[in-house]
Design a protein around this ligand. Structure first.
Ligand code: GLN
Length: 487
């Protein structure tokens, strides 16, 4: 019998290759876990059992014929704002409740080509706006480390699913931290690639100049492997870059021997952190200092990052979400005429946070305010980018916290949007600068909650980020399994 707790994508591929397990058995075991644990964790919006078993059988057949593919027969979940043809894509919003995707996102095409099996679509904050998955229009997801706590967000369903082994990996999206923060809260690995590294075609747009798809996995090697499959230029996304895709999964092993110099941004460590987070991080950093040169760097405009993001992201969102008018997609409200229909559809179809973002964004873009808000924010964004370019001129990689606190309680911040926004202080600057960053587990608090460490790199040096993460993961040797799976 296979033990999912022991598996990663890489190990499962070995077991499949050696004939120790079939993909069908593997996928069936994933559905056993989903049936056992998802009623408590609630990571999934849609479960794709029949099709998944069918694809698993096909994968077994191909393997028998000697066909080699990078992810042949590997069960993955996908955040429900990424389109898989023929399956629902709701973005956890009432407005897309009955929407069935008519095409595959480019990342899905590439995963299919590599032989992956899709077990289901995972929960998120509505349209990826939030940090706790409580903004889902359907239900909140729970953290598998403590069911009274949030899994983080907005890719909370994906991170919780991976931590609970309901699938061996997942894809999330990250606009201001939505891959890294939930990975941190759930004790798994989350990578936001360089902006432009991965095609956004088929990802439902939130803030197009910040959005990036990336893997959520159980370890760094799996992250590298998924990135290798999904990355690369796509003519359907003009912001995807033509840079060649390295074989991340193999080169990180060689590269992990390099003596990278590491920077600690002093503005990130100036007393904004929970004491337990600080403790776990300083232990990890002490360990790193034994083998690496670590020095202080400065990112002087950090204090403006959250304010800048909350102009730029809502501005882009207000324009991206204008398309949901009851005509082209999903939900349409009963109404007296066209204008009335638009109004009622949007009033009923969008949740509170999405409406708040649309209003913030529309205001910031309106005539007379554009210069004062949007233009100013764009200029500050450039200053933040320059901070990173300068710091990354002095060091190869930057180390930082992912979130100022471990997973908070469900309900704790939901009525205080500002507190919720401020919790993204360490992840948002990275999206504004477009650089790659990963969150890997650094340890547990005294209460047994995971704490992550963030590794930030230069544009298109995703392999450096992964290589150092690979090494650090070995040095820390944590192998986290949430208590829900230990009973
Ligand atoms: N928490 C941030 C927000 O609410 C980031 C979300 C994301 O990365 N999608 O906008």
């Amino acid at each position: 019998m296979i033990d999912l707790k022991e598996l990663t994508i890489t190990k499962a591929l070995e077991a499949l290759e050696q004939g120790k397990v079939s993909s069908k058995e593997l996928v069936e075991e994933v559905f056993n876990y989903i049936k056992k644990y998802d009623p408590q964790v609630k990571a999934f919006l849609h479960i794709n059992e029949e099709q998944a078993i069918e694809s698993a059988k096909q994968a077994d057949e191909l393997r028998k014929q000697g066909v080699k593919k990078k992810l042949l027969g590997i069960p993955l979940s996908i955040k429900d704002n990424i389109c898989i043809k023929g399956l629902p894509t709701t973005c956890a919003s009432k407005i897309l409740e009955n929407f069935i995707a008519p095409y595959d996102a480019t990342v899905i095409e590439r995963l299919k080509e590599a032989g992956a099996v899709f077990v289901g679509k995972t929960n998120l904050d509505e349209f990826a706006m939030g940090s706790s998955t409580e903004n889902s229009a359907f239900f909140p997801t729970k953290n598998p480390w403590d069911l009274e706590r949030v899994p983080g967000g907005s890719s909370g369903g994906s991170a919780a699913a991976v931590a609970t082994r309901m699938g061996l990996g997942s894809l999330g999206s990250d606009t201001g931290g939505s891959i890294r923060q939930p990975a941190c809260f759930c004790g798994v690995v989350g990578l936001k690639p360089t902006y432009g590294r991965v095609s956004r075609f088929g990802l439902v747009a939130f803030a197009s100049s910040l959005d990036q798809i990336g893997p959520i996995t159980l370890n760094v090697e799996d992250s590298a492997l998924l990135l290798e499959v999904i990355a690369g230029h796509d003519p359907k996304d003009s912001t995807s870059c033509p840079e060649e895709v390295p074989k991340y999964s193999s080169i990180i092993k060689e590269k992990s021997k390099e003596k990278f110099t590491l920077g600690l941004p002093k503005e990130f460590f100036e007393g904004k952190m929970d004491s337990q987070v600080e403790k776990v991080l300083s232990e990890a950093i002490d360990l790193i200092k034994k083998e690496y040169e670590v020095k202080e760097v400065s990112l002087p405009h950090t204090e403006y990052a959250v304010a800048t993001y909350y102009i730029i992201a809502p501005a882009e969102a207000s324009s991206n979400l204008a398309r949901y008018d009851g005509v082209k997609y999903g939900f349409r409200a009963e109404a007296g005429g066209l204008i009335d229909m638009y109004k009622k559809t949007r009033a009923k179809g969008f949740g509170k946070e999405v409406k708040r973002r649309i209003m913030l964004g529309t205001y910031a873009l309106s005539a007379g305010y554009y210069d004062a808000f949007y233009l100013k924010a764009s200029k500050v964004r450039t200053l933040i980018l320059k901070d990173f370019l300068n710091a990354l001129n002095e060091v190869d990689l930057i180390l930082s916290p992912v979130s100022p606190t471990p997973a908070f309680k469900l309900g704790e911040k939901i009525n205080d949007p500002l507190q919720m926004y401020l919790s993204d202080i360490f992840t948002i600057p990275i999206n504004l600068a477009g650089v790659p960053a990963i969150s890997i587990p650094a340890g547990l608090t005294d209460n047994g909650l995971p704490v992550g460490i963030q590794i930030i790199g230069k544009h298109f040096k995703d392999e450096d980020v992964l290589a150092f993460a690979y090494k650090l993961e070995k040095m820390l040797d944590l192998n986290l399994v949430p208590p829900i799976l230990q009973g």
